[in-house]
Write a protein that binds this ligand. Structure first.
Ligand code: C5P
Length: 218
């Protein structure tokens, strides 16, 4: 794959609801980077499975990913817990992961010209997708804090799910995402750990920005 030269690449991995998306958006805005939430692609595929299991073949998924438009990933229907659980299940499949990889790496290494680079967040970004990223972060928080945040988001979206259910579902997804054979979530040695359990969005970003500014000599 051809890669755009002299771009800023940021790779972030995190367990679900740790605040990585929020930080990635702040990074993208501050440094004029193209942002891809890779979890949304798995959610998109997970939703396709929920919609019609009979149609759900590798050929069908490939076609859908080839025709994938960023706007499809903004659909609110991708935010439900049911879709997240389905995403986590289909994400174990090596063939599905391979279908998604090209799309993701193209976003990372060939972002639209108007951007100075890219920021991707997910589970296998620092480990596989953008191994050579200029900046690598592992963003995490305690599972209770993450469940509380996700529960509050669901409440705003009027989703009928209790805190206990959210906590249980996150724990299950953490386990599956960390223990699966292909693209498991883990912190690489060269990733900088950001624990957001006790940090506000602003304080977390301040930490990240200080690290990035130092290297970029801003
Ligand atoms: O980040 P989000 O919670 O939206 O991701 C949904 C699911 O998609 C995750 O639980 C994980 O199983 C899968 N995923 C993945 N690799 C990524 C991003 C997400 O396997 N890079």
């Amino acid at each position: 794959m051809k890669k755009r030269k002299n771009i800023i690449t940021v790779a972030i991995d995190s367990p679900a609801a740790a605040g990585a998306g929020t930080q990635a958006k702040l990074i993208a805005k501050n440094y004029n980077l193209f942002y891809l939430d890779t979890g949304k692609i798995y959610r998109y595929i997970g939703k396709l499975k929920l919609e019609d299991e009979k149609k759900f073949t590798y050929k069908f998924i490939k076609k859908k990913i080839n025709n994938l438009k960023m706007i499809y990933l903004k659909n609110k229907s991708l935010l439900s817990n049911e879709v997240a659980v389905s995403a986590s299940k289909i994400a174990k499949d090596k063939k599905i992961r391979n279908i998604v990889h090209k799309f993701q790496q193209n976003c990372a290494y060939n972002p639209p010209k108007r951007y100075s680079g890219s920021v991707l967040d997910g589970r296998d970004i620092t480990t596989i997708q953008v191994k050579d990223a200029m900046f690598k972060f592992y963003i995490t928080a305690s599972v209770e804090v993450r469940a509380k945040r996700r529960f509050e988001e669901y409440q705003k979206l009027n989703k009928n799910i209790s805190y206990t259910e959210v906590l249980k579902s996150l724990k299950k997804r953490d386990k599956s995402d960390k223990q699966r054979k292909y693209g498991p979530l883990k912190k690489t040695k060269d990733s900088i750990l950001i624990n957001t359990s006790k940090l506000s969005k602003k304080a977390s970003f301040k930490k990240i920005k200080a690290i990035m500014d130092k290297k970029l000599k801003y």
